[in-house]
Design a protein around this ligand. Structure first.
Ligand SMILES: NC(=O)c1ccc[n+]([C@@H]2O[C@H](COP(=O)([O-])OP(=O)(O)OC[C@H]3O[C@@H](n4cnc5c(N)ncnc54)[C@H](OP(=O)(O)O)[C@@H]3O)[C@@H](O)[C@H]2O)c1
Length: 356
């Protein structure tokens, strides 16, 4: 069985480390090269001691020519803005790219400019590549991903929120107007670079909301995809929270129950989720007496979902727990690779949660 040569750009970050961990368990992949910026010149075990005795690859300075020569498929895990340039250079050299940044997730260049633009960078930095990007959520885009050459893998907040409520919107059980997404995520979501706002004593004993009232950059991405499910554009309120744990995200999506949901009750909501995700290898709708918990998906590519109708207020609560670094990031990217290579989606991703 021939193996696929892959490389990782941004291998010295959290997404990079998680990609390496997952790819080491993948039977059809050979890790050909890893690239870092400040970490370039060091060996992997020096940067990530968890790989001591397993891998001695050196982290190199990224050069697109060399990377495209050595790898057929490249994962890019750089900050937004930085990723676009690397992706464009790799695509121009024929490599297939799975990008973990936000640079290719918004379809409209104007929306990208609005949320990610800066005075020096008014438009989208790589519009040609934006046009070919496929949104990397296999549960919604499996067919398109099979032929993709550039995948825009969604981040943790959009993955958790979209999976929770997409089938309910698509089936007209939740109103498209007035959705509220309340997400609680672990500190690794902010990446590996130290900052005061993510310093242990500053987050260890508290919980706080951040980037509230329509200011978080994941808002338009969630709106874009849920609008597609609802069949029309929508706007929603997204409130992310930082909680004192390393990994995990729990999204609670609140919506107004439609007549159909009120008439069918809890059973129709449960059935809608179960039907939508029947046969999905990673999305599990919990039985009505269980609730999603990040501890039960930690380290795995699994999403646990639950739904409740509150007939008293006429509201629906759709819940989802994932590991932000796996189903919300690197695991999803590996799942996308499996889809586009025509391999079983579970390949290399079979692990259940690291629990307790
Ligand atoms: N963390 C999550 O839960 C998560 C989930 C989904 C998607 N994402 C997205 O994935 C990407 C990577 O996230 P992360 O959490 O892995 O971040 P991270 O831990 O901060 O790592 C960032 C990586 O990019 C490199 N880098 C930083 N600035 C650079 C620049 N100006 N030019 C070139 N390379 C640069 C770093 O290299 P050095 O350290 O060697 O300088 C490092 O390898 C981001 O776009 C993020 O939004 C993150």
């Amino acid at each position: 069985m021939s193996s696929l040569s892959v490389a990782i750009v941004g291998a010295s970050g959290y997404m990079g480390a998680e990609l390496i961990r997952l790819l080491l368990q993948h039977p059809r992949v050979e890790l050909a090269a890893v690239y870092g910026r400040r970490a370039a010149g060091q060996t992997l075990p020096r940067v990530f001691p968890q790989f001591s005795g397993v891998l001695t690859l050196p982290l190199e300075e990224f050069a697109p020519d060399r990377a495209a020569e050595r790898a057929e498929l490249v994962f890019t895990a750089l900050p937004h803005g930085e990723s676009a340039e690397a992706v464009a250079a790799l695509r121009q050299r024929g490599a297939t790219v799975i990008d973990l940044s936000a640079d290719f997730r918004l379809r409209s260049p104007d929306e990208y400019a609005r949320w990610y633009g800066s005075p020096g960078h008014a438009g989208h930095p790589a519009p040609a590549q934006l046009a070919e990007a496929v949104y990397g959520l296999p549960e919604l885009y499996r067919r398109e991903l099979a032929a993709a050459r550039l995948v825009a893998a969604p981040g943790c907040n959009p993955t958790a929120s979209i999976l929770a409520v997409a089938p309910l919107l698509a089936r007209g059980l939740v109103a498209a107007d007035g959705l509220v997404v309340d997400a609680k995520s672990g500190v690794s979501g902010a990446g590996r670079s130290p900052a005061l706002s993510t310093h242990f004593p500053e987050v260890g004993e508290g919980v706080r909301a951040y980037k509230v009232a329509g200011t978080h950059r994941h808002t338009p991405e969630i709106e874009q995809e849920l609008g597609r499910c609802a069949g029309r554009p929508l706007s929603l309120l997204f409130t992310p929270h930082l909680v004192p744990m390393a990994r995990g995200i729990l999204a609670c999506v609140y919506g107004t129950a439609t007549e159909a949901a009120l008439a069918g009750g809890q059973a129709v909501l449960q059935q809608a989720l179960e039907e939508a995700y029947r046969g999905e290898p990673f999305v599990h709708v919990l039985p009505p007496d269980q609730l999603p918990d990040t501890a039960h998906v930690r380290g795995s590519n699994r999403a646990h979902l639950g739904v409740r109708l509150d007939p008293r207020t006429g509201r629906v609560l759709a819940m989802s727990a994932i590991d932000n670094l796996v189903k919300g990031g690197s695991g999803q990217a590996v799942q996308c690779m499996n889809v586009l290579r025509g391999w079983a989606e579970e390949t290399g991703l079979g692990a259940t949660a690291l629990f307790p």
